[in-house]
Design a protein around this ligand. Structure first.
Ligand code: GLN
Length: 470
């Protein structure tokens, strides 16, 4: 019997190579775990029929002595990442019956690296949310406490890894949707530098902020998946080459703490205590800790909630009842459009489309969208300036531990605050890693490390040291 709860990708790869078990056995163990546990968690929207056949293919390659970074490893994908011939709904009713005509570049890269794709995981509709409560297919539960949310929007992927149903999973992170659920479920979550991973085949939310990244049990596993995913792609003109950001690749072991930002109002005292303990742990590991002043960081959330809905309103205009998914007929074309969108989109999606249309409207464009773009530049410059002195900025990942179902659904603003520490990395494009940092009342907590553009190496080094992986 394979115990998936302890197994990492790295240890599974070693066991597969030594012949301790086969990929078919490992994949079957995942499928059994899904059957046994997922009724109560609802991490998966779809389990693919072809998983065992992919495992057999992997076993054949292993027998031939072929070595690939993810050969034979069962992984799950968020429901907004396309897999050719499989449904992808992005958690929305409007795409209930949509079958992907092609695979995302990320999916293809995982396949080329030998991975077995188990299925699609639940998420907030079009990745908008912090709890999976906005999924049209019902919420996912946090495997650590079933009365609480797993975070969002990639809550299904986080829960699948946390509950030992998949050895790793992909999510997408536009404002924190990988790192926040990783923190809530006690796993590692990583958002790469903007442009390092192709978005081709990722159902778009806000294109200038979206990045695909991994959920894993260890930092080394996150690095392995990132190494497979990264690279330029002719299908995504925003992808960037390895040497885009020049750097001497120095690592000074210096951490920056934006104290006034992290110790502000609305942050639980347990979270502050946990951050202090994490700082101490880094000091014990030989890191120097400096306070940094980042006065514009406090505007990041406001900037995000202008830029993101603006892009959402334009990206989601394509769901017109003609080209994709749901079609609800009316008396004429315009009525078709209103009826399809009114029926197919949930409340949060409609709220953001309206908000986005408003901030882009001619009378308000300069006041909102224009100002937000200027603030984005200031935040990015400020962060990049700080990275001349420190290797990375350290904050909690979330201002509270996982909250109860229904606690924030009536008050969107309090839900939006869940992203306060994660959005600066999306606004600036910087890479950012959430790692487990302890518990409060049995609920996992995470800390968030953010480094300069192109400096993923710093995050992996420091993250591994913190978790004792070196
Ligand atoms: N929770 C944030 C939001 O609702 C982030 C979403 C995301 O990163 N996809 O917009």
């Amino acid at each position: 019997m394979i115990d998936l709860s302890k197994l990492t990708i790295q240890s599974a790869r070693e066991a597969l190579k030594k012949g301790e078990f086969t990929s078919r056995e490992l994949t079957q163990a995942s499928l059994d775990a899904i059957k046994e546990k997922d009724g109560g968690i609802h991490a998966f929207l779809d389990v693919f029929k072809g998983a065992l056949a992919q495992a057999d293919e992997a076993d054949k390659k292993i027998a031939e002595g072929i070595d690939l970074p993810l050969l034979g490893i069962p992984l799950a994908l968020k429901d907004n990442i396309l897999v050719e011939g499989e449904k992808a709904s992005a958690g929305s009713k409007i795409l209930r019956d949509f079958v992907a005509p092609y695979s995302a570049t990320a999916t293809q890269k995982l396949r080329d690296a030998g991975a077995v794709i188990l299925g699609h995981t639940n998420c907030d509709e079009f990745a908008m949310g912090s709890s999976t409560e906005n999924s049209a297919y019902g919420p996912t539960k946090n495997p650590r406490d079933l009365s609480r949310v797993p975070g969002g929007s990639s809550g299904g992927s986080a829960a699948a890894v946390s509950a030992g149903m998949a050895l790793g999973a992909l999510g997408s992170d536009t404002g924190g949707s990988i790192r926040q659920p990783a923190a809530f479920t006690g796993v590692v979550g990583f958002k790469p530098t903007y442009g390092r991973v192709s978005r081709s085949g990722l159902i778009a939310m806000a294109s200038s902020l979206d990045q695909i990244g991994p959920f894993t049990k260890s930092v080394s596993d996150a690095e392995t998946i990132y190494e497979v995913l990264k690279g330029t792609d002719e299908m995504d003109s925003t992808t960037i080459a390895e040497d885009t950001y020049e750097s001497d690749k120095s690592f000074k072991k210096v951490i920056g703490i934006p104290r006034s930002f992290v110790l502000g109002e609305g942050i639980d005292s347990e979270i502050k205590t946990n951050l202090e303990a994490s700082i101490q742990k880094f000091k014990d590991l030989g890191y120097e800790v400096r306070d940094v002043e980042l006065p514009h960081l406090k505007f990041a959330l406001a900037v995000y909630y202008i830029l993101m809905p603006a892009e959402v309103s334009s990206n989601l205009a394509r769901f017109d009842g003609v080209r994709y998914g749901l079609h609800v007929g009316g008396a004429n074309g315009i009525e078709d459009y209103f009826k399809t969108r009114g029926t197919g989109f949930g409340r949060e999606v409609r709220r953001r489309i309206i908000l986005g249309t408003y901030v882009l409207s001619s009378g308000y464009y300069d006041a909102y969208y224009g100002s937000a773009l200027s603030a984005k530049r200031l935040i990015t410059e400020e962060l990049r300036e700080a990275f001349k002195d420190v290797d990375f900025i350290l904050t909690p990942t979330t201002p509270t531990p996982a909250f109860k179902f229904g606690e924030k659904t009536a008050d969107p603003l309090s839900m939006y605050l869940a992203d306060i520490f994660t959005v600066p990395a999306n606004i600036s494009g910087c890479p950012s890693l959430s790692i487990p940092s302890g518990f409060v009342d049995d609920l996992p907590l995470g800390i968030c490390l953010t480094s300069d553009l192109g400096r993923e190496d710093v995050l992996f080094k420091a993250g591994k040291e913190f978790l004792g992986e070196l």
